[in-house]
Design a protein around this ligand. Structure first.
Ligand code: AMP
Length: 192
């Protein structure tokens, strides 16, 4: 079992799962979110999310709770004030803003997984890849490519590499891609 650095010991081994807050998504996305949540519980890994109730984030939180796992919601005060926070989480950390939220998510995680999502998820994903590039985040970054959702973003990243905006071979160092929720979990916890 990999050693847990002090900063991560508060909640044991935890991963962050980024994912859509939007509702009305195709069932294929929710199915993957549920499978990922079940895998995390099976491996006794706590799951950190943005602490919301909606979309894939809500599905991950609800499924982890249903299966007796640990959920940690990291949510800014203004979202709590709007009533967006999930009330049934094991732990909730309230931050003063979006930046401190993302920093705390990274600090508490041995690795991160991005489920499909909109700009909020893309922002979180691009920032954590940047932090990994700078050596500020040491865990693995995994894109769970459900139903080809991340294909266009991966093509953009390939263009950035091809045209010299990113180091050659960045894809093998900075992020992993899989279509399998179980493999996503294994990859996310395999670096620390
Ligand atoms: P999006 O992909 O644009 O739906 O944004 C989802 C991401 O942004 C999640 O991973 C959360 O961290 C954060 N986020 C956006 N909306 C909410 C919300 N209503 N409640 C909690 N977190 C949210």
């Amino acid at each position: 079992m990999p050693t847990i650095p002090d900063s991560q010991s508060k909640y044991g081994r935890a991963i962050t799962v980024y994912g859509a807050s939007a509702s009305g998504l195709d069932e294929v996305f929710h199915r993957a979110a549920r499978q990922l949540a079940v895998e995390a519980v099976r491996h006794n890994i706590a799951v950190i999310t943005g602490g919301g109730t909606q979309g894939m984030m809500g599905t991950v939180n609800d499924t982890v709770i249903e299966h007796g796992g640990t959920t940690i919601g990291i949510i800014p005060q203004f979202m709590v004030d709007k009533g967006w926070g999930h009330k049934g989480l094991t732990f909730t950390e309230v931050t003063d803003g979006m930046h401190s939220r993302k920093a705390l998510m990274a600090k508490l995680s041995v690795g991160v997984i991005a489920l499909p999502g909109g700009v909020g998820t893309m922002d979180e994903l691009m920032e954590i890849i940047t932090w990994r590039q700078l050596g500020l985040f040491k865990g693995n970054v995994v894109m769970l490519n459900v139903d080809g959702y991340w294909d266009d973003l991966l093509a953009m990243l390939a263009t950035a590499e091809k045209r010299g905006f990113m180091r050659k071979g960045a894809d093998s160092v900075l992020w992993h891609v899989t279509t399998d929720p179980a493999e996503a979990l294994t990859l996310a916890i395999s670096n620390m």
